[in-house]
Unconditional design. Structure first.
Length: 317
């Protein structure tokens, strides 16, 4: 691809931002981050995403070749992929699964958090050189994010966080976020062009963004039951986190307002995992679930349930 072609690609992607969403194998094992303000160092964080897919080989190839994940484990029905030995995403296939409609509750996007702006730029250069279509790119003040879809329409965000010293907290403890244009050309120009071989050690799932049916119901569940804080609210969306992170979970009704629960056999988000660094928080959440007579199943340190919108949820410590 020539430089002109690369600039045309990046310019076309940037032009679509306003209409977009506001939306190789490494042998070492990734350690937990030592950055005390990192997304996964918080009292609770999103640890894993599990998708039901129609075409497992195609989706596995996409997440390896485009997103830079490595296959860590295979089974008869699926694969688990991750970075530097850390599992992040499971893909399973079900021949009976119906394709989920775009307005069904479920996944808006899985958000992969890379270590820094350099790594975000390196991924952008990889995407540009391989003609990977983007759906948007935004400067959210707390982060810089690029958006795309996998071949079955599952949303993806890849982003880097700004240092917390650059975030602005407002009265009430919420954090200021926005959706401004991200200068993709500058990000590309700054990036090393030394050959991209996959996501860097330290890449994790930073957050998950859900489509739900009702925002007050989401506020009651994620704040009232799971104990997360509401860090930002926008028309049709709420953003939840622990440890004053900008958000570990987001929920919106932009496509799914008033829609019924997901059916059991659908492609898309099968379940997601919230992990508690503080076991007492898990115990408190389970007590709230029990008090509301929400069915749960415990296996070791993991509690499984179905959230109010028919999405599987695992709580782990």
């Amino acid at each position: 691809m020539t430089d002109l072609d690369r600039r045309t690609f990046l310019g076309a992607a940037a032009a679509g931002i306003a209409a977009g969403r506001a939306g190789p194998i490494r042998a070492e094992t990734a350690p937990m981050t030592t950055n005390a303000s990192h997304a996964v160092a918080m009292p609770a964080f999103v640890d894993h995403s599990h998708l039901t897919v129609a075409d497992l080989p195609m989706l596995s190839a996409f997440y390896q070749q485009v997103m830079g994940l490595s296959v860590l484990e295979k089974s008869a029905s699926g694969e688990t992929l991750g970075v530097a030995g850390r599992p992040l995403l499971t893909l399973t296939t079900d021949g009976k699964a119906a394709r989920a409609p775009r307005n069904a509750p479920g996944l808006f996007h899985t958000a992969f958090l890379v270590p820094d702006r350099r790594e975000l730029g390196r991924w952008l250069a990889h995407a540009a050189h391989n003609n990977v279509p983007l759906t948007g790119a935004s400067d959210h003040l707390v982060s810089e994010a690029i958006y795309l879809d996998d071949p079955e329409g599952n949303g993806i965000e890849i982003y880097r966080d700004r240092d917390r010293s650059e975030w602005t907290y407002v009265p009430g403890g919420t954090v200021k976020m926005a959706t401004h244009r991200l200068d993709l050309q500058a990000l590309y120009d700054e990036a090393p062009k030394d050959g991209w071989t996959g996501q860097e050690n330290g890449t994790v799932i930073g957050h998950i963004h859900l489509q739900v049916s009702d925002i007050p119901e989401a506020d009651a569940f994620f704040k009232g039951v799971l104990g997360l804080d509401i860090m930002a609210s926008y028309p049709g969306a709420s953003f939840f986190a622990s440890g004053k992170y900008h958000h570990h979970v987001a929920a919106n009704v932009w496509n799914s307002r008033g829609q019924p629960k997901r059916e059991g056999a659908m492609t898309g988000l099968a379940d997601y995992t919230i992990r508690f660094n503080e076991p007492a928080r898990l115990d408190a959440a389970v007590q709230k679930l029990d008090g509301l007579a929400i069915p749960t199943t415990r296996t070791g340190d993991t509690v499984s349930l179905v959230d109010p919108w028919g999405i599987g949820l695992k709580l782990a410590a």
